[in-house]
Design a protein around this ligand. Sequence first.
Ligand code: NAD
Ligand code: DAU
Length: 342
Amino acid sequence: MQRLMVTGGAGFIGSNFTRYMLEKYPDYFIVVYDKLTYAGRRENLQDVAERFGDRYAFVQGDICDAKQVEQTITDYKLDTIVNFAAETHVDRSLTEPGSFIQTDVYGTYVLLEAAKTHQLERYHQVSTDEVYGQVLTGRSAETDPYEPRSPYSASKTAGDLMTLAYHASWGLPVTITRGANNVGPYQYPEKVVPLFATNAIDDQPLPVYGDGLQVRDYQYVLDHCEGIDVVLHRGKLGEIYNVGTGAEMTNIEMTRIVLATLGKPESLIKHVADRPGHDRRYALDVSKLRALGWKCHLTCAEAVAKTVRWYAENEAWWRPIKSGDLYKQYYERQYEKRLKAS
Ligand code: NAD
Ligand code: DAU
């Protein structure tokens, strides 16, 4: 495993993973294969292209395009796929579920088929704790049943099942990781932490859904990347591994950390209409991954505060996104009525 196709590598976690792997493994070659949807940006990899030009290539392409996927594998003699490519925002899955089914289900099938045809050494599927559904008590273990409740988590569940089916049916060497909520640099400011950090910097309201007592495990993105790395190198084929801090916090606690880090007042908090079908709590049991020698470095509170500081120091990255028409239209659609009614 030395020549990786990182699909969705121009997005948030994929770009962090690409940088992390190229820094750690001097013999690795990585092709980022990405459609560049609204969430994917070449800028996320600008430093990677400059620092690792001879070990890194970028191909703009759709994972649903079998011909281009296969051509890329052949052209670059790739031996591994790490699949980050997905539609990822739960709120968008409630208004436009079709693109989630297309990319997260059909696209995963296309990649699995290519991995089988080209007899790749590994196919790794980057999945999510959302496939377990909401967990009101206890912690989800990898053996727990799937109970997805949003079009996003249902699509990701189908991707997981297809991955396991290729292992059971044809012995494809697959692994799966299920990550908790990631925070860190280059996350598109539709997700809650970058949205709240950038709104607070501009003294704009922070729209907390419902009572804000929903529970999430906010993990730092590099802890997640390290978990995927460990599974790629030490994970057992056909197995699933949870990745998270193993702790959690409520959204209102997270919001207070965002405000305190920036020295902004709590009067910016606005409770707005809740997300339909909002999962109340996710919580992962991460002992299986820990047994492989992985450990998480940052707590939820440290991860959120570090992320907020990155957004405060990197306005040049997010201001062009937030001032664009596409983002403004999305924000208006998603929040205008809610904020007026609050
Ligand atoms: P993101 O939305 O920031 O990035 C997704 C990337 O995929 C973008 O670069 C986009 O251009 C690309 N993409 C989308 N459709 C594509 C297609 N059809 N073909 C090729 N590329 C396409 O997402 P993220 O937050 O970095 O998440 C990456 C992966 O990790 C996803 O599979 C997601 O389900 C999973 N995950 C995310 C989190 C989280 O908290 N963000 C947690 C656990 C798991
Ligand atoms: O748990 C892993 C998942 O985490 C990933 O699989 C998804 O790709 C990723 O988007 C994320 O899903 P969430 O729905 O948990 O993340 P989001 O940032 O959208 O919301 C986090 C919490 O904050 C959730 O309880 C909803 C709440 N929220 C979100 C937004 C955008 C608000 O209160 N207000 C908001 O404006």
